[in-house]
Design a protein. Sequence first.
Length: 167
Amino acid sequence: MRLRPYADEDMWLTEAMECDPAVMAHLGGVISRAEIPAIHQRRVVVSDDDADFCVIIPDEDSGPVGTVGIWETQWDGTTIYETGWMLLPAFQGRGIATNALAMVLDRAKAAGRVDFVHAFPSVTNPASNAICRKFGFDLLGEVDVAYTGPIHSNHWRLDMSRYEPRS
C-alpha cells in the first residue's frame, strides 16, 4: 500500500465518494455535485501544508480507492489535529483504512509535530469506531458535529506520546 498527496487529478475520487449514499450514510448524507469543487480545493490546499491529506492506493495494480489524512482544524475554540478516512464501497471491510491510518499516524509520530489526534466517527459507524479503539484512541464522549448535516459522533483522541508506530 502507498499514500500520495491528494492532488488536482483526484476530484473524481471526492465526487465518487461524497456523492455515494453508502459512503456518506454515517456522514449526514450525500453532497451535491455542485459542492465538490470547493471540497476538492480545500483538500488540495491541505495536502500542501503541514498536514497530510492523501489518497490511498492499495497495490501496484490499482488506482486510488479512498482518502486518509490528518489536518489542523478548530474544535471548541482550540486548534486540534483531526483525522479521517473514507473508502469507495468496493474497498471497505478489507483493512485498507486501518493500514492507511497507521501510515499517516506513523508519519505524524516521526515528524513530532502533533501531540494529539482527534477523530469524530458517527456513533452509528461501528467500523470507524472499531478503528479508533484498535489504535488506542481514548473515547472522550459523544458530541454533535456537522459534515453534510448534523452527526451525533463519538469524540476520540489519541495521545501521540503513547502511540507506537506500526511500520
